[in-house]
Design a protein around this ligand. Structure first.
Ligand SMILES: Nc1ncnc2c1ncn2[C@@H]1O[C@H](COP(=O)(O)OP(=O)(O)OP(=O)(O)O)[C@@H](O)[C@H]1O
Length: 251
């Protein structure tokens, strides 16, 4: 049984203030910037409440900077709420930031081993998983060379293949991964589908209606760090789309 219960949670990022406050007034995207004496506060999420249980498949929509990734991070325990309550039952497997923490001086294999550590892969399964990452990546001998010797496409192959390390009951995805190389696309797509089918709760942020239609049944619309609407995809998505169109016309 997996559950996510969030009550009235707010998350802000704090930045040290440099220079004056002029020019910091709102743009058309992003959270409100609150100017303090020494710090700037970016109020990324404000009073969020939600309750998810087994079988829930939720898509997050919202324009750039509305707070989708921050909400995913909150559910994954990667950021803390400054106020409110967050309770998560079940193993969480974030798919976001697969490429973060990789080190160019290490080989593909060493990076995959390091990633196993970050993603809490049980020790007994590490060598099998690393071999599977190697197989998936198609990098062959390059898997044993430092990542700094890879081409951009080879690096992205390594990152995509790390998807094999994602496990858990609660699957948290920041965008569906589409790979530039068609020879890897079907494999990565298949891997993502399998992960979703096995998960108990799915939260997927995406700007693509097609991806959302395929995988979620409910939509949460986030705007300036607040939940603007939450419900069946057929109800909420058209409202969001209409709002987007009107917003673009006003520009
Ligand atoms: N590490 C950070 N430090 C400071 N501010 C941040 C940080 N991460 C996000 N923010 C700010 O928090 C707000 C919400 O950002 P978030 O990344 O959650 O939005 P998003 O909806 O996922 O955006 P996008 O669709 O562009 O990926 C934005 O105003 C952003 O500038």
């Amino acid at each position: 049984m997996a559950r996510i219960d969030i009550e009235n949670a707010s998350v802000s990022y704090y930045l040290r203030k440099r220079g004056g406050a002029s020019g910091l007034k709102g743009g058309s995207v992003g959270a409100q910037i609150i100017v303090g004496k020494r710090y700037l506060e970016i109020a990324a999420l404000r009073n969020i409440s939600l309750s998810l249980k087994d079988g829930d498949r939720v898509g997050l929509v919202g324009i750039n900077g509305s707070g989708k990734s921050t909400l995913l991070k909150l559910c994954a325990g990667a950021v803390a709420a400054q106020s409110g309550r967050v309770s998560v039952e079940g193993t969480v497997s974030p798919q976001f930031a697969l490429g973060s923490g990789l080190r160019p001086e290490l080989t593909g294999r060493q990076n995959a081993e390091l990633k196993c550590l970050y993603m809490r892969v049980p020790q007994s399964m590490v060598s099998r998983y690393v071999e599977e990452v190697k197989e998936l990546s198609g990098l062959g001998g390059y898997f044993e060379l430092p990542m700094q010797s890879y081409s951009a496409g080879m690096r992205s192959r390594l990152v995509m293949s790390l998807l094999r390390l994602v496990r858990g009951e609660i699957l948290i995805m920041d965008e569906w991964i589409n790979v530039a190389d068609p020879s890897l696309n079907a494999t990565v797509g298949g891997l993502q589908s399998k992960l979703i089918e096995r998960s108990k709760i799915l939260i997927l942020a995406s700007h693509s209606r097609r991806v959302l239609d395929d995988w979620v049944n409910e939509i949460m619309w986030i705007d300036k760090g607040e939940i603007r609407d939450f419900g069946p995809i057929g109800d909420v998505y058209p409202k969001y789309q209409k709002w987007l169109t009107e917003r673009n016309e006003r520009k």
